[in-house]
Write a protein that binds this ligand. Structure first.
Ligand SMILES: [Fe+2]
Length: 402
């Protein structure tokens, strides 16, 4: 698919972005400014145990906000979870939402919002043309506690259908976007290194895939490139030094910018693969996407060499004196190196087997994100990319002596 510059495109952002150290203290004010009387705070039990939910609740209670908590979110949220959340939202008489957590909590909050205004089940709102979403969700404040998905500013929610063994996309319209993204890097200081690594690589995948996809436009290019620059500079530092506030702040900004790079479009082959493979095996989205990003870039770079050369530069590679082709290859190498440095688990370590390749390739080809990929990709192309990802994993195991 060649970069399409002839189609009229739009960029709509329905979200006010409020960010900075201590931004969480503004939560109650934002709830009141949106006119919410009784918000449902959508989160997970890990954040309750870590004490972060209490921090949010104390800000809300001090501000006189009557809040209800739904803390049943699990990674890779399912249709049943969203539908349960909607029932809870209705029974508790809520009139607005606070998504508090990683991408799973934010996506669940968006999805609850979609069903709350339209009725039915979230399975009825899978992205399609025409889009089944026709109404604005109730007021939603998205408070991310990881620096990865950028879901606080994206127009998507990713939901798992265990029956079909796929993750499907809901959104692609500004009707689903959060009203406010409240980004407080202090909430990410205690993230374990492995989560910092995986979520940061997910943000990088958003930036790279959106920068090279067929729907790229000037606005998304600009935010994607800055996201890559921040990630190139700060992800290793955030991984190695969790309490480095500057690195955490820049990674939060990178995740947000990577989310903005989507616009109303979706990503490319790495996400087509990770979302479908993530439906087959319940593994962390960031780690899985990271392990596919290098092999996908290796497959793609020859379609858009100039753009890949620019990615190398944004990631901090010295491309002076190199041809465009050499510089483009540097982008691929830089991502492979970053994946190794951050000790992202291999596909094998994530539990996938090479015998799964035909099934995984078949599912990826059906994912709508295949269409946006910069290089034409079919079943055979996906088989090739998966083989390469497993080969990298085998080599890694050899190196580790395992
Ligand atoms: Fe992602």
């Amino acid at each position: 698919m060649i970069l399409d510059t002839h189609t009229v495109r739009a960029y709509t952002l329905p979200t006010t972005i409020k960010h900075g150290l201590g931004a969480l203290k503004h939560l109650a004010d934002e709830v009141k400014a949106l006119g919410i009387q009784r918000p449902l705070l959508v989160t997970d039990k890990g954040l309750v145990q870590a004490g972060l939910v209490d921090e949010a609740l104390s800000v809300l209670r001090k501000g006189g906000v009557d809040v209800v908590v739904f803390d049943k979110v699990m990674p890779n949220p399912s249709i049943a979870l969203v539908d349960e959340g909607v029932a809870f939202y209705r029974e508790a008489g809520c009139d607005g939402l606070i998504g508090f957590g990683g991408g799973s909590s934010l996506d669940t909050a968006k999805a609850i919002g979609v069903v709350a205004v339209h009725g039915g089940s979230i399975r009825d709102y899978e992205w399609a043309d025409p889009n089944p979403i026709t109404k604005r969700i109730p007021p939603l404040i998205a408070v991310p506690t990881t620096a990865g998905t950028g879901s606080e500013v994206t127009l998507w929610a990713v939901i798992t259908d265990p029956d079909r063994k796929v993750k499907f996309n809901v959104g692609g319209t500004s009707l689903i976007g959060a009203h406010v993204a409240l980004i407080d890097p202090l909430l990410t200081l205690d993230l374990p290194a492995a989560i910092t690594a995986a979520t940061g690589m997910d943000a990088l995948a958003h930036a790279i895939e959106c920068y090279t996809m067929a729907y790229a436009q000037a606005f998304t290019d600009a935010v994607a490139l800055l996201a890559m620059e921040y990630i190139g500079q700060y992800l290793r530092i955030a991984y190695a030094q969790g309490h480095n506030v500057e690195a955490r702040y820049k990674m939060c900004m990178a995740a947000m910018l990577g989310g903005l790079a989507y616009g109303t479009e979706s990503a490319g082959a790495a996400h087509a693969m990770s979302q479908t493979a993530g439906g087959v095996r319940d593994v962390p989205h960031g780690a899985l996407t990271a392990r596919l990003l290098g092999p996908v870039m290796e497959y793609n770079y020859m379609a858009e060499p100039q753009r890949f050369a620019r990615i190398a530069q944004a990631l901090g590679e010295d491309i002076r004196g190199l041809s465009v082709w050499q510089a483009a290859e540097k982008a691929v190498e830089a991502v492979y190196r970053l994946t190794e440095d951050l000790e992202i688990p291999t596909l094998q370590e994530l539990g996938f087997r090479e015998e799964d390749i035909p099934l995984l390739a078949e599912l990826a080809v059906k994912d709508p994100q295949t269409i946006g990929n910069p290089r034409d990709v079919d079943y055979d192309g996906y088989v090739r990319i998966y083989r390469r990802a497993f080969e990298v994993g085998r080599r890694q195991q050899g190196k580790d002596g395992s």
